[in-house]
Design a protein around this ligand. Structure first.
Ligand code: S3P
Length: 174
């Protein structure tokens, strides 16, 4: 049966480095719910950071692992706060399970704002390495198509991470 809005998981999606993990942690604390970060779980399983996982087992295996974790977590939980990696919605199966089990929130940010944060994350994101600024910008816009529409989005330009969490809580009437 259809779960009430307040009983569903909250899944955060959006481009690399928008703050899915930090905002998710704030949400979990404010709502007193369990927080799960999918990338952190995969890193824990392999005992190495994502960049290293891409190098040693390859992106394909990472994507398979990402799908397995998300399908598992989403199918047997309610109430949780779940942060996905920014590439997760490239896989239709992931998108479908998230949309059917959870409140999916797309954290939307402008290219201008995002660009200013790039230096903070570039070394830890294999997808961004060896790319020109134009290529990164193109990726930014292509990825947006995988996130929207179908679900709620919160624009986080100019918001702090905690404020962003408050906006999400408000937008879900929680
Ligand atoms: C990726 C995003 C990363 C991580 C991996 C691939 C992507 O997660 O899953 O580096 O393809 O967009 P964040 O969105 O948390 O950076």
């Amino acid at each position: 049966e259809e779960l009430a809005q307040k009983d569903k998981n909250i899944v955060l999606i959006g481009f690399m480095g928008v703050g899915k993990t930090t905002i998710g942690q704030h949400l979990a604390k404010k709502l007193d719910r369990e927080f799960i970060d999918i990338d952190a779980q995969i890193e824990q399983k392999y005992g190495m950071p994502v960049t290293q996982i891409f190098k040693s087992v390859g992106e394909k295996e990472f994507r398979q692992m990402e799908k397995d974790y998300i399908l598992n977590v989403c199918s047997d939980s309610k109430f949780k706060i779940i942060s996905l990696g920014g590439g997760a919605f490239l896989q239709e199966e992931i998108k479908n399970i998230c949309l059917s089990t959870s409140n999916v929130i797309y954290l939307n940010i402008s290219w201008e704002t995002w660009k200013r944060r790039l230096h903070l994350i570039i070394d830890s994101r294999p997808i961004l390495q060896n790319k020109s600024m134009d290529e990164i910008e193109a990726l930014f816009y292509t990825r947006q198509n995988s996130y929207s529409p179908n679900h709620a989005s919160v624009n986080i330009d100019g918001l702090g991470f905690e404020e962003a969490a408050d906006h999400i809580i408000h937008s879900l009437n929680l």
